[in-house]
Design a protein. Structure first.
Length: 331
């Protein structure tokens, strides 16, 4: 591919990698915690060795690949990173290695959501200790699935450190007049929104008692989110691991108001997401990392199971057919 698919490169009339340098000019609140936050983030894949242990060396390679192709930062041990399938100690390992790999060149957001609030607090304090920039959490999982429980969960985590806290809203309805209460909590200053009702986020933002930053989490619709202009400051997603140039360039073009030029790239991302969503289980989309030369192993059970070589070869042919993802792209 060289830059990006030839059709997209023709539409942009430029080299994608050259365009991904510098910071996108998205709306960013004033304040040191928000400085340099705008742009595209990979929801970091957690790579494994064949024996199932965390592959720390591969974390460094994935981070380097993302940074060299325009990413602003990484969201650690979230849904894509299989956070709920990792032990607390394994999640600490991911945080440690990401800090080592980034060397101050990227913004790092540690997702600390756990079944038990006390484990989330442990992870938040560890993240603060080692130099992570932000902490984040989903609402309670399995237990406490109501607003009052979520409020208490977020309150305890957000008060555990002085780091800015990012709500991770996935598959949840935003109710602005209710959810504004969460932003009254200490350190709650942002949201990763993985949904499609962008107008509710815009409405929520208007009601906030203090500045906050918002990121779009639905890879296939991030350009739609950016069309609101003053609401979202970037994206955080799964496919940013595999096609970081696409997302970095979409952010740059959208920030410059060049939506027509960003549209062909958004179409390619949407086609890729369609392939990912249509896969039988998570090990298929995770195998794209192998395809680009950053083999991260299969997803852990029950999210996925190892692919046979025949299954991988068949899926790789589907990736080939897309025409814009290059084998061994990290090389």
């Amino acid at each position: 591919m060289g830059t990006i698919a030839s059709a997209s490169a023709a539409a942009m009339g430029t080299n994608v990698k050259a365009e991904t340098t510098g910071s996108p000019v998205f709306p960013v609140p004033s304040g040191a915690e928000f400085a340099g936050m705008a742009g595209a983030y990979a929801a970091l894949v957690t790579p494994y060795h064949p024996d199932g242990s965390v592959n720390e060396e591969m974390i460094e390679k994935i981070v380097e690949f993302g940074l060299s192709n325009g990413l602003t930062g990484f969201y650690l041990t979230g849904s894509t990173g299989e956070g709920f399938l990792l032990s607390v100690e394994e999640r600490k390992t991911v945080y440690d290695r990401a800090v080592k790999a980034a060397r101050g060149r990227a913004k790092l957001i540690a997702h600390v959501g756990c079944l038990a609030t006390r484990d989330a607090v442990t992870l938040a304090r560890y993240a603060a200790k080692i130099g992570i920039d932000w902490v984040s959490s989903v609402a309670p999982v399995y237990f406490g699935q109501n607003f009052d429980a979520a409020f208490a969960h977020y309150k305890t985590i957000s008060e555990a450190t002085d780091l800015p806290f990012m709500i991770y809203s996935i598959g949840q309805q935003i109710v602005p007049e209710r959810d504004v209460r969460i932003f009254e909590l200490k350190n709650v200053k942002g949201m990763k929104y993985t949904g499609y009702a962008y107008w509710t986020v815009k409405t929520l933002r208007r009601r906030l008692p203090h500045p906050a930053i918002f990121f779009a989490g639905a890879d296939e619709q991030e350009l739609c989110a950016f069309a609101y202009g003053d609401t979202f400051s970037g994206c955080i997603g799964t496919t940013d691991n595999m096609i970081p140039r696409h997302h970095a360039q979409i952010c740059r073009l959208a920030a410059a108001g060049r939506f027509a030029e960003a549209a062909p790239l958004m179409d390619e991302v949407a086609r890729f997401v369609e392939l990912v969503i249509g896969a039988p289980h998570a090990s298929y989309w995770k195998s794209v990392m192998r395809y680009i030369g950053l083999d991260s192993g299969p997803a852990r059970s029950p999210a996925g199971q190892p692919l046979t070589e025949e299954e991988y070869a068949a899926y790789a042919r589907k990736i080939d057919a897309l025409g814009f993802i290059r084998r061994n792209d990290h090389a």
